[in-house]
Design a protein around this ligand. Structure first.
Ligand SMILES: Cc1cc2nc3c(=O)[nH]c(=O)nc-3n(C[C@H](O)[C@H](O)[C@H](O)COP(=O)(O)OP(=O)(O)OC[C@H]3O[C@@H](n4cnc5c(N)ncnc54)[C@H](O)[C@@H]3O)c2cc1C
Length: 466
């Protein structure tokens, strides 16, 4: 480490304390490391070359909002370098003709929203962590969020990346080309690799026209099947105008009251299930009238029981705040176990029913199942009964998670949906993926990072050389 300190310019060493060790859900604390804060791609290349030469592990760190421990050293590693991208925060360029922004990895998602909106454009990735999470972290985790129904996830939103490999070599892949079939798709390999194959330093991101009309509603449904029916009919009727379709359970709304998040219940009495829909159109089509008339019709036909239609931007914000505050309310209540799952979309109602029965056979739990119904990604979080603490259920935690995950696999789903593998799920990936898949990804890791210095233990369990 001494040799490194001498060779690296002052600018790359951290002179301020930010929290590089906290898990957003406060489940554990990361091990300390030597924090470096590069200002440019050349700094990143120099740091990686030195770490490669001296076999020092490097943990890429963006906004620190990842939920699977990929940015935190929670295993026993020789004191690592934590490479924070916070100073790589420049919006480099905008190409209005080809509709893309070139931004550095350390720009927060919120910065990118602002940069796009200054040009009357939209960058549609939307996560509740938008103020802290960074574009590099969004790419590294292939983040999803609430607009996947229409715009896709980070892989769909990225045209090119600039990245530094483990030995310090730089790949200048910042192309805004929509068609580019030069050999293997390295960009899409690095996206979602959670810092285990390279450090992403910049990216070309697609931007879109801002919808000129928007319609947001909250509908009460008897059960998730009715929500799914509504989704299917809306897709047929409104096509790509439908950008979000979220499922919310009564338990989630109860948690907002219980944790005093200052939120007014939208219904009294509260229905068991709600769906939140968001539609937008780039040209004037009288979307409000069409959606209101559609919801009236759905109400008459008994698909929904009631609907609230947002009449102003303040009401739109209120409905979305309700949805986005649920993860924080969950954190305050304290889950026994949380699961980030995706399922074949038509199986979701049966999964929720079957999993509820299985949970009831284990204990008297409260279940907050909510999330992105329109793209099949749910958060299935299991909580103790009111007045009890999650720590008192430590003995059943693994049984709960194994039961949920087994059922997800039986239904042909994934237990690593939008948050990824990180360190927390690396062992699970190994035990459930086929040997062919594990051999293929391990070979890729060995080829791009032969000394195993990049984020060891993330995605692939602790990588051993040789
Ligand atoms: C309240 C809340 C809501 C959330 N909602 C969503 C959601 O709706 N959808 C969703 O997908 N996720 C969600 N997340 C998870 C998280 O916000 C995303 O995973 C986000 O993309 C992580 O970005 P970050 O900058 O915080 O990355 P970090 O947490 O810093 O890092 C995440 C991973 O990426 C790696 N990494 C970071 N930067 C780079 C880089 N430049 N190059 C290579 N590797 C890098 C890290 O090593 C780590 O493995 C949520 C989290 C919170 C706390």
């Amino acid at each position: 480490m001494h040799a490194m300190s001498m060779a690296v310019p002052d600018s790359v060493q951290s002179d301020q304390y930010r929290c590089y060790h906290e898990d957003p859900r406060q489940r554990f604390r990361g091990q300390p490391g030597f924090v470096v804060v590069p200002r440019c791609v050349e700094d990143v290349a120099l740091i990686l070359k030195l770490c490669h030469d001296h076999e020092v592990p490097v943990i890429p760190f963006g906004g620190g909002t990842g939920l699977v421990g990929g940015q935190l050293v929670i295993s026993d590693l020789p004191r690592p370098v934590i490479l924070s991208t916070e100073r790589l925060n420049c919006i480099r360029a905008i190409d209005k003709v080809a509709s893309f922004l070139t931004v550095e990895a350390g720009c927060t998602l919120h910065d990118v929203h602002l940069a796009a909106s200054q040009h009357d454009l939209l960058f549609p990735l939307l996560l509740a962590s938008k103020g802290s999470c960074q574009i590099g972290g969004n790419l590294a985790t292939n983040a999803g969020g609430v607009n996947v129904v229409r715009y896709g996830n980070m892989r769909d939103l990225c045209l090119g990346v600039e990245a530094v490999f483990a030995d310090g070599s730089v790949w200048h892949g910042l192309t805004g080309l929509r068609k580019d079939n030069r050999g293997y798709d390295l960009r899409n390999l690095l996206i979602g690799s959670e810092g285990s194959l390279a450090i992403i330093t910049a990216a070309c991101l697609k931007v879109f026209p801002i919808p000129v009309e928007r319609a947001v509603f909250l509908a009460a449904v008897d059960h998730p099947k009715a929500g799914l029916d509504l989704f299917q009919i809306m897709r047929r009727e409104f096509g790509l105008m439908l950008s979000s379709f979220e499922l919310i359970s009564r338990v989630g709304i109860d948690f907002l009251s219980e944790t005093q998040m200052g939120f007014r219940n939208p219904y009294d009495p509260m229905p068991d299930w709600l769906v939140l829909g968001d539609l937008g159109s780039e040209c004037a089509v009288e979307l409000d009238e069409k959606v209101i008339s559609f919801l009236n019709d759905a109400n008459e036909k008994g698909v929904i029981n009631d609907a609230l239609f947002a009449q102003s931007q303040a009401q739109i914000d209120h409905l979305w705040d309700m949805r986005e505050l649920i993860p924080e309310a969950n954190r305050r209540v304290g889950a026994i176990a949380s699961h980030d799952i995706s399922l074949p979309i038509d199986m979701i109602p049966k999964f929720i029913q079957d999993c509820g029965h299985l949970m009831a056979s284990i204990g008297d739990f409260r279940i907050n199942c909510f999330g992105h119904l329109g793209d099949g990604n749910l958060h299935y979080n299991v909580f103790p009964p009111a007045g009890q603490m999650a720590k008192d259920f430590a003995d059943v935690k693994s049984m709960v998670s194994e039961t949920v995950h087994r059922l997800v696999r039986d239904f042909g789903g994934s237990t690593m949906a939008e948050h990824g593998v990180g360190r927390i799920k690396a062992a699970e990936l190994k035990s459930f993926e086929t040997p062919a898949y594990m051999e293929a990804i391990t070979s890729i890791k060995r080829a791009l990072d032969p000394k195993g210095i990049l984020n060891p233990g993330a995605v692939i369990e602790r990588y051993e050389d040789g």
